[in-house]
Design a protein around this ligand. Structure first.
Ligand SMILES: NC(=O)c1ccc[n+]([C@@H]2O[C@H](COP(=O)([O-])OP(=O)(O)OC[C@H]3O[C@@H](n4cnc5c(N)ncnc54)[C@H](O)[C@@H]3O)[C@@H](O)[C@H]2O)c1
Ligand SMILES: [Zn+2]
Ligand SMILES: [Zn+2]
Length: 393
């Protein structure tokens, strides 16, 4: 089959690789019909390279048709139309029973000290072959696949794999009070969707980014926006819009590819020139954080407010401003999204004909796998109006 594989910093290729096969009775093989490209893939493309293996298959936002099933997959059948969560989870352990699917004790990657295994997400998360491919082996298929109805286009349901539950969890964790103000930093797919959900829930939403078409898109959905390039100090601007207090709740939907820390970028390049066996342990220990967004979040939240961290950070070079966090009495929640925890909450918005979250038009680019290299490049550089890419294998 064809698959998108990792070969080095900013080097992804489409190659022929062996078709996946059933390995466990709880496996299924799914023929992929749509597969998203995510901001998290950009970490692998750039920052987390030391944890990748040459030829690793990328991708963790898949949907498709069940092609083959093991002996022990419950009621999953060949021909079912399914979306897979980006995390691999059993649905039956102590963590899964609390809805903490990203901490699944059956799939935790203990040798790396990380949570549940993820599709296509480096050695840190189990080096499980990813979903930007024609076929995908789905472990834990007795629980994982989300069955979706026939009829609407893939895009109606595809974003249940990651974007929707991630954005939904970020808003839940932001704990916005009734009538409150929600500030969303970063208007990539995740921040954009978090804004839409915030507006849908009736909050005052302010989105921040520096890419014109991302700002415009969020504005057209009913949020206010702040252009990072047009203000000296985002937090000051937010206070001026909120009676001097700051936002009740702030979502950091940027993560470690943040703009605004040139030192980290130079460090990153030096890091990438070192031999791999040196850099991976070094990076896990000291990291190479680009913390500008989280610092802005801590600055812009009001005293007693909540910061919801959904952007992904690696390493731990920069200490958090613990003194300020304590003094401001803020609440901080974070983590990978527990996808299946939120599916029942989100589904009514997807089966509503009026498509209140605008998911059908959410992707800006639908491309064949063969165009993966340029799609990654355009998405990283935010060129060609690229906000959300969906591969059509
Ligand atoms: N927690 C989870 O489960 C989960 C799931 C999916 C994605 N993520 C993470 O969410 C983050 C966003 O993902 P995405 O797909 O939207 O990616 P993205 O890279 O397209 O979005 C990031 C956006 O932040 C903007 N930005 C950069 N620096 C900024 C700054 N200092 N202030 C404000 N905006 C800034 C960029 O212009 C970009 O639009 C990534 O870190 C990704 O890894 C987390
Ligand atoms: Zn993703
Ligand atoms: Zn589990």
């Amino acid at each position: 089959m064809k698959a998108v594989t990792w070969h080095g910093r900013r080097d992804v290729r489409v190659e022929d690789v062996p078709d996946p096969i059933l390995k466990e009775p709880t496996d299924a093989i799914v023929r992929i019909t749509s597969s998203g490209l995510c901001g998290s893939d950009l970490h692998l493309y750039e920052t987390l390279g030391p944890f990748m293996g040459e030829g690793d298959i990328l991708g963790h936002e898949p949907m498709g048709i069940v092609e083959e099933v093991g002996a022990n997959v419950g009621d999953l059948k060949v021909g079912d139309r399914v979306v897979m969560p980006f995390q691999i989870c059993c649905g039956d352990c102590w963590m899964c029973n609390q809805g903490l699917y990203t901490q699944c004790e059956t799939t935790q990657v203990r040798e790396q000290g990380t949570g549940a295994a993820l599709f296509g997400f480096s050695k840190l998360y189990g080096e499980v072959p990813g979903a930007q491919a024609e076929f995908l082996r789905v472990p834990q298929a007795q629980f994982m696949p989300i069955k979706v109805p026939e009829g609407p286009a893939d895009e109606r349901f595809l974003f249940l794999s990651d974007v929707l539950p991630t954005a939904w969890q970020s808003v839940e964790y932001a704990d916005v009070p009734d009538g409150g103000t929600l500030l969303v930093l970063g208007l990539g797919p995740i921040g954009d969707m978090a804004c839409r959900i915030g507006v849908q829930k009736g909050f005052r939403v302010i989105g921040v980014d520096l890419v014109p078409e991302r700002l415009a898109r969020v504005k057209s959905r009913g949020a206010e926006v702040i252009d990072l390039n047009a203000v000296d100090d985002v937090a000051e601007e937010v206070r001026s819009l909120t009676q001097g207090r700051g936002a009740d709740s702030v979502i950091d939907a940027v993560g470690m590819e943040a703009h605004g820390s040139p030192v980290a970028e130079v460090g990153q390049r030096i890091f990438n020139m070192l031999p791999k066996k040196l850099t991976a342990p070094l990076m896990a220990r000291v990291g190479l954080d680009r913390m500008s967004a989280i610092y802005t979040a801590i600055d812009a939240v009001r005293r007693g407010g909540t910061v919801s961290l959904i952007g992904v950070y690696g390493g731990q070079t920069d200490p958090m401003p613990i003194m300020t966090m304590f003094d401001k009495q803020i609440q901080l929640r974070m983590g990978q999204a527990n996808v299946k925890r939120w599916v029942d909450d989100i589904m009514p918005l997807l089966t509503d004909d009026s498509d209140p979250l605008g998911v059908e038009q959410f992707a800006t680019h639908q491309v064949p796998l063969s165009e993966a290299a340029s799609a990654y490049d355009n998405f990283q550089k935010k060129q060609d109006g690229t906000i959300k890419v969906v591969f059509k294998p």
